[in-house]
Design a protein around this ligand. Structure first.
Ligand code: CDP
Length: 200
């Protein structure tokens, strides 16, 4: 059985949580494709060579979730040679036997346009920045909310404005705006969309 759920959307919209929950509910494999770009950005040196030589150890680093790693990821993600080096791995994952959920920026548009279910998960920049700021410790954390909001806006502009595989919703994607939804409500919408297409 081959079945792909493509989840795209901007930073901190809830793609990861929704992706993990959908994968667990249907027994599908899950790939957070942002981690590939974060690992390339963190590796340093020539980004295209880093993408071509990416290995398990690069993905296991514990410093890939920081705001800085996110910014570095979004810079290397605009380089066509980096994206090209990561395509085959993602396509194989998407169409592997057993079903797969991939979350990222270009899954429904470039990596797997044939995905059976496409979701575009979004929220206002203010709501997303507040979520990311809470994850970083809120008032007790090292970054003021305004700085996190500026980074979110900066990354949105770069991801949506790049020439190669810009972030946008596929024409046939279901848009889920999580600005005013609890995570449970957003997950429920995603699960219903998969259930409507998937017969085990
Ligand atoms: O977790 P968050 O949504 O903040 O970011 P991420 O999904 O880990 O992605 C980090 C960066 O990698 C994004 O800002 C994009 O520039 C890039 N990316 C991409 O270009 N294509 C993907 N399929 C996934 C991530």
């Amino acid at each position: 059985m081959i079945f792909t759920v493509a989840i795209d959307g901007p930073a901190a919209a809830g793609k990861g949580t929704i992706g993990r929950r959908v994968a667990a509910a249907f027994g599908f494999a899950h790939l957070d494709t942002g981690l590939l770009y974060r690992a390339v950005g963190a590796k340093g040196g020539d980004p295209v060579a880093a993408a071509r030589g990416l290995g398990a150890a690069d993905l296991a680093r514990d410093d890939l979730r920081t705001l800085e790693a996110g910014q570095a990821a979004s810079r290397v993600a605009a380089i066509p040679g980096v994206r090209a080096a990561l395509v085959d791995f993602q396509r194989r994952f998407a169409r592997a036997e057993g079903g797969a959920v991939l979350d990222g920026r270009d899954i429904g548009t470039v990596i797997c346009p044939e995905a059976e279910v496409k979701l575009y998960v979004t929220a206002s920049a203010e709501v997303r920045a507040r979520r990311r700021w809470q994850e970083l410790g809120g008032e007790a954390g090292a970054k003021p909310l305004a700085a996190v909001l500026a980074e979110v806006r900066d990354r949105d502009a770069r991801d949506m404005g790049r020439a190669d595989a810009p972030l946008r919703a596929a024409a046939d994607a279901l848009v889920i705006d999580t600005s005013d939804l609890t995570i449970e409500a957003a997950v429920a919408v995603a699960l219903a969309a998969v259930r409507a297409k998937f017969t085990p």
